[in-house]
Design a protein around this ligand. Structure first.
Ligand SMILES: CC(C)(COP(=O)(O)OP(=O)(O)OC[C@H]1O[C@@H](n2cnc3c(N)ncnc32)[C@H](O)[C@@H]1OP(=O)(O)O)[C@@H](O)C(=O)NCCC(=O)NCCS
Length: 143
């Protein structure tokens, strides 16, 4: 799938109302990396990560705009998230599954992630993890 990730830095210029309203709830921190996702010329999703001094890159938020759901974009963004993790030197993706809207229960969300290779963390059962193919170390350990 042809998706383009554009990193947002000091501001979030020109986000669609839906994505802006979702992104607005997520405060900036110096450890948070934020992407807006384009398919063709359309903004279809946001994808936020938290950098961590550990093996896992935290997938903090995955949100696909309503009109683009159930077309495989969320699944494709898990693959993109793996590329981001790998390119930053992380060996895992880590997340806490929590539905951000009504219409998808926590159980359905956990099933959705598990079908995409995530498994419950042994030490933290509230977290899901997925191993990613790891690039040579270049971890943002000081960020
Ligand atoms: C969860 C989410 C990211 C999935 O993105 P997506 O692009 O719709 O997912 P995909 O198209 O790759 O996968 C679709 C499959 O997921 C499952 N699925 C997606 N939404 C579903 C729903 N509301 N109810 C039940 N199953 C659902 C189905 O198996 C579906 O396959 P189907 O259409 O063949 O039935 C998207 O629904 C979303 O952004 N939700 C709101 C934000 C949110 O809660 N994010 C989770 C943060 S942890």
């Amino acid at each position: 799938m042809d998706l383009r990730l554009e990193e947002m830095r000091d501001e979030r210029p020109g986000l669609s109302a839906e994505l802006q309203s979702r992104a607005f709830r997520t405060p900036w921190t110096d450890k948070r990396v934020q992407y807006v996702v384009y398919k063709g010329g359309n903004q279809v999703a946001i994808l936020f990560f938290d950098l961590c001094v550990c093996d896992g890159l935290v997938l903090y938020e995955l949100f696909v705009a309503k009109e683009y759901r159930r077309r495989g974009i969320g699944t494709a963004l898990i693959r993109e998230a793996e590329v981001v993790a790998s390119s930053r030197g992380y060996s895992q993706l880590v997340l806490r599954p929590r539905p951000l809207e009504d219409g998808l229960s926590c159980e359905q969300l956990v099933r959705w992630y598990r079908a995409r290779g995530f498994t419950p963390s042994v030490d933290r059962p509230d977290l899901l993890r997925k191993e990613v193919h790891c690039a040579p170390p270049s971890k943002d350990s000081e960020i």
